[in-house]
Design a protein around this ligand. Structure first.
Ligand code: TYM
Length: 339
């Protein structure tokens, strides 16, 4: 661990690659709001458009999706007064530090990244170089703020380990104690929200079946319908968490309830243990509609005024650069670049 004292600072990001899901909301955004409101951290939240273009994005869609994601952040409770809200490409120090980290990270480290292997599939020779270097840019996103805490869903764990490795190697290679060794924050009932059609698969915006996920733009009827149709098993709900083992679909719905209501899985089961899914699902649908439909409504309202969203992002970029410019300048000095 690092000896230097760093300001407690949270950084996290989401790709504006279209369609925020309930997984993004429960695994990430809701936690971002909690950490913002807790008051013990400075918080920086980011639309990572440079990451999004590691796979093809239609330019018009990218601009729309970036604004929609900003609207999703704000509608969920991220306040531009309390947090710094930015679009990654508007803060050039992210990409500048990423280049330095491309020269610190090793090919072998990148080749071990399971997300790269999953995304590249059998096509590894034909994906972009950017997709391969993705985790070095992610490390730069975090470390250009000297962030100390990074809230994410479970699928980002390996990327955060690599961020730690990059900080340690940079500090070691240059004989400094400059970059913090971050703490991943992967907590709560919803670190891995699963598909509503298959409780063994992650809920994802790229799943071909729209019924597999709840989109943050879905209206009340659609949310309720998707939950009523969610895959389940024929047994009643157990009264303790241990009874959910080997029941991935049931466990997923109970986890979603716990995360939406901000209570533990045991507390959910105290309320609903013994019920059949026929009775449980309408209750869960009501809870989901109560929590999510107002966010969709607020997103639509914000999207009606894109100029206001752009103004908020420009302001955020200005605030961000007050932190990132001196950290980049110091990094260049450490590396030996002439000013
Ligand atoms: P992305 O855009 O895929 O997802 C954004 C966040 O949502 C979480 N998430 C989920 N959590 C629970 N259940 C799910 N089904 C689910 N699906 C997505 C992700 O874990 C993530 O926290 N590489 C990142 C973006 C990024 C980033 C960063 C994150 C770029 N730079 C720096 C943190 C710090 C990504 O692709 O997230």
């Amino acid at each position: 661990m690092s000896e230097q004292q760093f300001t407690p600072r949270v950084f996290s990001g989401i790709q504006p690659s279209g369609g925020l899901t309930l997984g993004n909301y429960l695994g990430a955004i809701k936690r971002f709001v909690d950490m913002q409101n807790e008051g013990s951290f400075e918080t920086v939240y980011c639309m990572v458009d440079l990451h999004a273009i590691t796979t093809w994005q239609d330019p018009k869609d990218l601009a729309h999706n970036t604004r929609e994601l900003a609207a999703g952040f704000i509608a969920s409770g991220i306040s531009p007064e309390k947090s710094i809200l930015i679009n990654q490409s508007q803060v050039p120090e992210h990409a500048q530090l990423a280049w330095i980290f491309n020269c610190v990270a090793r090919m072998g480290w990148m080749q071990r990244m399971t997300q790269f292997k999953d995304k590249a599939g059998k096509n590894a020779q034909n994906v972009s170089l950017g997709l391969f270097g993705y985790p070095a840019l992610m490390a730069a996103d975090i470390l250009i703020y000297h962030a100390t805490h990074v809230p994410v869903g479970d699928d980002q764990k390996q990327h955060l380990e690599l961020t730690r490795d990059i900080a340690i190697k940079f500090n070691h290679d240059f004989g400094v104690d400059f970059f913090p060794v971050i703490e991943p924050v992967i907590e709560g009932a919803a670190t891995r929200v699963m598909s509503l059609r298959d409780g063994t698969k992650k809920m994802s915006k790229s799943d071909p079946s729209d019924a597999s996920r709840i989109n943050m733009t879905d209206d009340a009827d659609t949310i309720a319908k998707k939950i009523r149709k969610a895959k389940t098993d024929p047994d009643a709900l157990p009264s303790e968490a241990a009874g959910l083992e080997d029941r991935p679909d049931a466990r997923n719905l109970v986890n979603i309830w716990a995360a939406l209501a901000d209570i533990s899985v045991d507390d959910v089961l105290k309320e609903v243990g013994g019920l059949q899914f026929g009775a449980f699902k309408p209750m869960l649908a009501d809870l989901a509609v109560e929590k999510l439909a107002p966010i969709a409504g607020e997103m639509a309202r914000l999207m009606a005024d894109p100029a206001e969203i752009d103004r908020i992002l420009a302001h955020g970029a200005g605030q961000a650069r007050e932190i990132t410019a001196p950290i980049l300048a110091k990094t260049y000095e450490i590396v030996g670049m002439v000013k």
